[in-house]
Design a protein around this ligand. Structure first.
Ligand code: DGT
Ligand code: CA
Ligand code: CA
Length: 591
């Protein structure tokens, strides 16, 4: 039985409040995975999966509630048995059931379940017949051709598995930004309690709002470092200390995320922040610039000879180099230094600029909440309008709507709009783009909607020319408003479509439709560079949550981060418009 560092620690050291909702959910997920590997009762498996979802979506911290002696509130899908399990996990940091299952099934196999194309039966066979237990072993077995020879597997599946596992091995170590955020926030809150910590910031790719982060780089400004280091090393979620010294440490959290910490003097805080925010390329470029000006830039400040001329704040560092302060999201050595020199930095979009969201689901298809609940949550998130865009009929796994069901939903939205205060629902659909570029619902129905969001959910592997033609054809449809998640990638799971994106952008420009920046953590699609290309062509970007539950509107902030990385300003983004302005735009989309 494998023991992580945490479990081998004496129980007394385990902090009572050490597990957050995500941690509890992860244990339930693992139990479900292990049960699945054992071919256990599907209802039991589903119960654990639902429980995981329910716990994850619950906002107050369950361990804190329990720790303060409060009753666990009734959560959907969680009966007495699962509630008792939650108590057990909070009390012990683990679950006896999980430990028992881990002894029965090699837990490494769970990772194989996450490889697209592998279900529990195939995973079991690969394990028993080829001894394959890890993604690396799966990779090697596929590469050597052994999987193709297994009865019922074949060459085609082998190739597919090889591609999928290569992707997993490559990207598995990076975490989507939004999934790292709760940990980062918690760590920030924790470090701010340290005695003498004047400033605490997560720098690195996290601060630059990259779509994924390799690790978290924390910078703390403090007069003395010893107390800070001591406090940091007692962070309850640390699984393993990789290295530690007087002013720096690297640790691995139980979630697998690495954290690098640096403690620095207040006078050098700005310079250190510039250094550790990166990117590496940006750092190299501004250091070269400093040299050209007879200065030296380091993580300790800007120096002329021995004399430090700047370093306390980031603004002072950039000023000393003759530059306006560059927002972290732009620091990629992609023209930002020249723009900062000439006073031509963009006035980047802010989260508050978003007035609405044009892509969201309800219980009618694969969402978790009712129209009313989604509307209230969008309003609470500060939005003035929300388009309901459930799936269309072809997407059977999501219970896509046919024409009748959609017409009924439209009526319900009309009625609801008469009752709702502070938010307006728009009538939309996320319609499947079929293989030939047709849309999955008849024109008469689409014509009655406020907007049509088109999306590719099938035939991901079409060759480039056909895929491009398919999407262009869909966009040219007379009822088409927004191309959803244009590249179709799922971080760590599915590669992006092979499509000629400049052609798609040009097509959107001709057609006068918008492209989506889908802010789901695993999608973040379009990418930053594409947003910038669209902006240059005058094609509006729409930042959508693609919310499937009320909590998902918080993801909009990461979409805004990615849009900022793409140099977008308020005017470049469709859903910064007021509702009357938006309605005008929508009207002229239908031709
Ligand atoms: P990540 O963690 O892969 O998502 O990307 P970053 O950008 O957070 O990179 P990381 O964690 O390796 O380093 C954080 C920052 O520290 C990086 O953005 C710039 C700075 N840095 C690290 N190593 C070097 C280096 O070798 N040269 C320079 N100029 N800067 C570095
Ligand atoms: Ca990093
Ligand atoms: Ca790092």
């Amino acid at each position: 039985m494998p023991t992580s560092n945490v479990e081998s620690r004496p129980a007394a050291v385990l902090p009572r409040l050490g597990i957050d909702n995500a941690g509890i959910a992860a244990i339930f997920e693992e139990v479900a995975d292990l049960l699945e590997l054992k071919n256990d009762n599907p209802f039991r498996i589903r119960a654990y999966r639902n429980a995981a979802r329910s716990v994850r979506a619950f906002t107050p911290d369950i361990a804190t509630l329990i720790g303060s002696g409060q009753e666990l509130p009734k959560l959907p899908g969680i009966g007495d048995d699962l509630a008792a399990k939650i108590h057990e996990i909070v009390d012990t940091g683990s679950s006896a059931l999980r430990e028992r299952l881990r002894r029965q099934v090699p837990p490494a196999l769970v990772e194989l379940l996450a490889v697209p194309g592998l279900g529990p039966k195939r995973v079991q066979r690969l394990y028993h017949e080829l001894g394959v237990e890890t993604p690396q072993q799966l990779h090697d077995a596929a590469k050597s051709g052994r999987i193709g020879q297994l009865h019922g597997f074949g060459r085609k599946l082998q190739d597919k598995l090889l591609q999928a596992v290569e992707m997993k091995l490559q990207t598995g170590k990076r975490m989507p930004l939004a999934l790292a955020a709760p940990t980062a926030e918690k760590l920030l809150g924790y470090l701010r309690q340290a005695q003498g910590a004047a400033e605490v910031v997560v720098a690195g790719s996290y601060r630059r709002m990259r779509d994924t982060v390799g690790d978290l780089d924390v910078v703390v400004a403090a007069a003395a470092s010893a107390k800070i280091m001591q406090h940091f090393l007692a962070f309850p979620e640390i699984g393993e200390v990789l290295a530690s010294g007087p002013t720096r440490a690297s640790v691995l959290l139980r979630s697998g995320l690495q954290v690098d910490l640096r403690v620095i003097d207040k006078e050098a805080y700005g310079a250190a922040l510039v250094y550790f925010t990166g990117s590496k390329a940006h750092g190299i470029a501004i250091r070269r610039r400093a040299q050209e000006q007879g200065l030296k830039l380091s993580e300790y400040g800007v120096f002329r000879g021995e004399q430090r001329i700047a370093g306390g704040t980031e603004a002072s560092v950039y000023r000393a180099l003759g530059l306006a302060e560059i927002p972290p999201e732009l620091r990629e050595d992609c023209g930002e230094i020249e723009a900062a020199e000439k006073g031509r930095l963009p006035r980047l979009l802010e989260l508050q600029d978003l007035k609405g969201d044009l892509h969201a689901h309800s219980k009618a298809t694969d969402g978790a909440n009712t129209l009313e609940e989604m509307a209230a949550a969008a309003r609470d998130a500060g939005l003035q309008y929300l388009a309901i865009t459930d799936h269309s009929r072809r997407l059977k796994i999501a219970h896509g709507l046919d024409a009748d069901a959609l017409l009924q939903q439209m009526e319900r939205i009309d009625t609801l709009n008469g009752q709702l205060k502070g938010i307006t629902l728009l009538k939309g659909i996320e319609v499947d783009i079929l293989e030939n570029g047709d849309l999955d619902l008849p024109d008469e129905v689409l014509a009655r909607l406020d907007l049509v969001v088109g999306a590719v959910h099938s035939h991901f592997a079409l060759p480039r020319a056909r895929q491009t033609r398919r999407i262009l054809r869909a966009m040219e449809h007379r009822y088409f408003t927004i191309l959803a998640h244009p590249l179709g990638r799922l971080i760590g799971e599915r590669e992006m479509l092979d499509v000629d994106l400049p052609e798609v952008i040009a097509g959107a420009r001709r057609r006068g439709c918008a492209l989506e920046l889908n802010a789901q953590p695993q999608r973040m699609d379009l990418f930053d560079i594409h947003c910038r290309a669209a902006k240059e062509q005058g094609v509006p970007i729409c930042i959508n949550s693609d919310a499937h539950r009320t909590g998902d509107f918080t993801n909009l902030r990461y979409g805004v981060g990615q849009a900022r990385r793409g140099w977008l300003e308020k005017g470049d983004v469709l859903n910064t418009r007021t509702l009357p302005q938006l309605r005008q735009y929508l009207k002229q989309c239908f031709v």
